[in-house]
Unconditional design. Sequence first.
Length: 1259
Amino acid sequence: MKSLTAILGVKTLFHTVAGIALLSAANSYAAVSQSPLSLTTGVPPNMLLTLDDSGSMRWGFAPDGLSTESATRRAKSSAYNPIYYNPAATYDAPVVFDAAGNEQQLATSFTQAWHNGFRTTVGSTNLSGAGYRVAWDVPITTVPGSTSYNYGDVSNYAQPTGTVSRLADNPSADFSATVGLGTLFATQATSPGGIQFTITPILIGVLGCTAVASYPGVFSGLTADCSRTATGYTATLVRRAVPAYYYIYDSSRASNCNAGNDSCYALRFVVSGEQANFANWYSFYRNRALSTISAAALAFYNLSPSVRLSWQGLGRCTTFDGSDTTYCRNNAFKAYTPAHKGQLYAWLQNIAFDQSTYLPAAMKRAGEFYRTTTPWQAFPNAAGTNTTQNTYACRASYHIMMTDGQWNEAASAPSNFRHDAATFTLPDGRAFTQRAPYYDSTANTLADLAMHYWASDLNPNLSNDITAYIPYKTGDTTTDYWDPRNDPATWQHMTNFTMGLGLTQSLTQSNIPWGGSTFAGSGYAALAAGTAWPAAAANATDANVYDLWHAAINSRGEFFSVDSPDAMVQAFADILSRIADRKSSAARPAINSGQVSSDESSTQTVSYQTSYASDDNWSGDVKRFEKRWNSVTNTIDTVEVWSAKTKVPAWSQRRIKIASPASINTSGLQDFNATNAALSLYSGSTLLAYLTRNPENGLTDTLAASRVDYLRGNRTGEGTTFRRRSGLLGDFYSSSPAVVSGARYLEQFSNRLEGNTAYTTFKASIANRTPRIYVGGNAGMLHGFNALTGVEEFAFIPSSVFPKLNKLTGSNYSHEFYVDGSPVVADVYDGTTRQWRTILVGTLKGGGKSIFALDVTTPGSEKLLWQFDENSITAANAVKMGYSFSQPTIARLHNGKWAVVFGNGYESAGNTNGKAALFVLDAMQGTVLRSLEVQGTSGIANGLSTPKLADYNADGVADYAYAGDLQGNMWRFDLLRSNRNNTSPFTTADDAAAAASEFKVGFGGNPLFKASADNAGTQRQPITSAPSLVAHPTGTGYMVVFGTGRFFDSDDKDGDKSMPQSVYGIWDKQTLGEVANNPSINRNNLQQQSITNTVTATTTDGANRQARVISNNSVRWQASTSGGSTLPAQNGWYLNLVQSDGEMVVENMSQLGRTLFFQSLTPNSDPCGDGASSWTYAINPFTGGRTSQRAFNYTPSSLNSGTGTSIVSAVRQDGEGGGTLAQNPDNSYQYCTGQECITVYPDPSSIGRQSWRRVEERE
């Protein structure tokens, strides 16, 4: 049994476009965002609601053709009359809101069932006794008067008691019985329905009879009408109030059963277990009007308060300005605040339902309202200042129209009527001509009005910035444009979602039958192929129902034909879901989210490109590209070799793995199927148990096995039971591919490192290993693709995403991250087996608080080594694992083991205690070798970011790790034995397992540097990317270069404009062994660089791009004397980014010779623009200033612009997710983002082989 509330599920539009209250970034996290912050913010949509208030809404039956069948059994069965009580449905009492927006739960009962559950003043009845009458045509707002039956005038009012003109007879076959005239005493007779009548003849005076009725276990002693005829005595309850009942269809009751055969229905009286449900149906759903009010009340319960809304009826309430307080209850168009919500619910509960079906006039009013200035204002009819700047051009506008009948009066034509039989130019320049399925030859229809308000620019003063909605793509833009399932309109327009109640039987023309949904079945296919629409006209019948369907198609919306209360609740939920799916937080087409060059190829001619398409159901793809020399054109061509989304195996053939209990499979992995899902545990529950939860409502169901198949790729049920997918690969947002083919290290170097020849053996064993690329995706899996063919050969679902895997199947899916981190691959020596293995370490980033390791040495024989999550460290006050934003490094350490080193991430349990930690795990076992905790400011949220490891003497063993935290501290961790002699602090001679306990936080537990935008250190700047390490030009120590900023929480969307973010270069002079003293470096003793100009720069071929010039101030590495004053030595430099833009650095840097490249991110405060833009910088890492030679193929277009130089230090470059340096076959270089590559140049003095050199120590 399905609850009508459950049908609504998560109530999709609900808060997807709501504003998010900002929390203090310094004191707490808002929440790790579960959708890309770099997407367009969008603005809340406009919405108009039109409800039918015609007299036919009082009817307790559907379709209209049942009006003459009120006395039949079938009229009281939901199998024939879908409005009637359905014992298989759960009818929920709605919630309403008062004038202040306070919630009120409505209720009724079987013994006091309200005639109108929304207006208890109308009265009640006892459904358990002689209190139930079948309502056929009942107004719901008037108090009952006298009782009567009258079937002649369908316009008469009716009430269950009182003035009643349209009540239905109780079926005489079951509610009557007859005995013969020979009866002299009280005699019993039983009707076919099982009602027992006791009939007592009256033999003295006026001949007649009396009768009482009973039904075993339900009622007894009920007075019945009794009459004497020429043949006998008849007792009847046909026009008496009786206990509540219904009929069920039973095909076994007759040999020729069909829905129209009354012999096939069996009487059922309502018993105790269903009395509450029946009472809810009686009070809230028993006719079209009550069903509509209840469905709307349920649907709009959780609508986002930022959506802007007004409403109207067909004959009463015909304005949107709030001037009609009698019928509209102050419907002035405004945001859906609690008070406005109360006004909507007041209107719903007071609709009279006594008008005609003036649909065209209502459609025209809605369209004309969108021509006014009000719906485009930022604060319509509300406090706030409306300006040109906050009149956003990307605001979508929708109209929801619900009716139970055919329209019966046309509206006057609007000016410059763009009807579907006309020829005109659309606002984007495309020509509209008569084409299917839009065109028909009938004039002035509802569909014509829908076309007009879709095809017209409703606000020509605004730019055309509505986000096109193109979920159905063929690759041909013209075909996609005219596909009515897509809405390509970027101008201000109105999209209609129409709903017909009780009208499905009017959609049965043989050549164009209704297929169950707007674009389904042979009927739609025929219309799309050119079959003519029926000719709609005033007072027409079936053709005007088709006109509702046609209107939805013309305006790129959808039509819903429903016949029952539960179907109406579902339709309202689906409409709001469809509107939300059109992504007011607007989506973008395929975005290339990352690129990696093959690290197995010295020529670097192969690259792999990931992408995601948020406007295509969050689909993703991975492509392989090869750069090839074209000898004809003497250019380098980039050729696409394969696309992984076209190479996914059949769902039953995919090798998708989950964790296996050790007792079942020594590899730690097992196939992902329903049987094994019942064995794989996470946090006390099995994966199968998590998949039994319906993501729409959180309730348990029986679809777990089907969800397993869906996640494997089975397309059955998509678009109905489960979410429709455009492809089987989810979006690839943050994860960059990792390439695995041959040996990764130099043979002799690796043998020397471990003191044996094991790497020689290992290298030979994998020489012909099938190359793979691994990448994490947001369909819940790490994927392994054959690098040569693109075929998916392996996938793994980390256990920590089990609890939310079910969400991927929900039709109301709202994006979440799953396996969003970039995998890291390394060859690792296993000291236990004395063998080398290739391992992969994966993270989830915003998808969860977990990290995992796989042995991927042999394709087809993968092993799960370990999983580490927030529950892995159990000590009460220890730092726990947070969201795994920190990218791990796999390294050989001085304990003689290979380890995985990473920061604890963000939003871990207890994160506001100011602590963070560097975790050091055994690479093969996953055991914690060391947790190096750092203490920031208590009471402020903290977490450690991606570390950078340093091998000081190039012996293959890591000596230091550097990492920043959310409080702006840059920490150094000494991964060394204690008390080493400074002449040989990095020797591996005494490496041993015990060394791990000697690893420590550098500088006596103090940070190397505290990043702050002010000299006083009060404006702390978070560090969320890895530092870059560059040997200092003096030969002493490292330059630790890093940027500041954060862009992962919901409240990071607009950036922090209260202070600038910066890029720092800090000199760590003390790099010969462990150091206990604090270096005491602050902003005061750093050299400042600055952005001096923003200019237009030009390439040699005339291409233009925005560019920036930065200063080139020298850094004073030693104290000096000037003018008699001693100038102290400086410990580095800093460069402030543009504060007013909220510019920040959140991605890792790349070094090419003596030039450091990095990408900054600038959030876009315009909700209609791209969510973020990027600048690519090239700086001198030693000074933080501009490079001495050109790094970009751009020069300022005018040297008189005040730059004083021909060198630009930054260019605006499309793309997100950081950049990658790539080398072409001709040895030229490019810096590539997800969207484009630009030519870059290394410093001429650094071209050639780069080698390590000894870095001298300076105290």
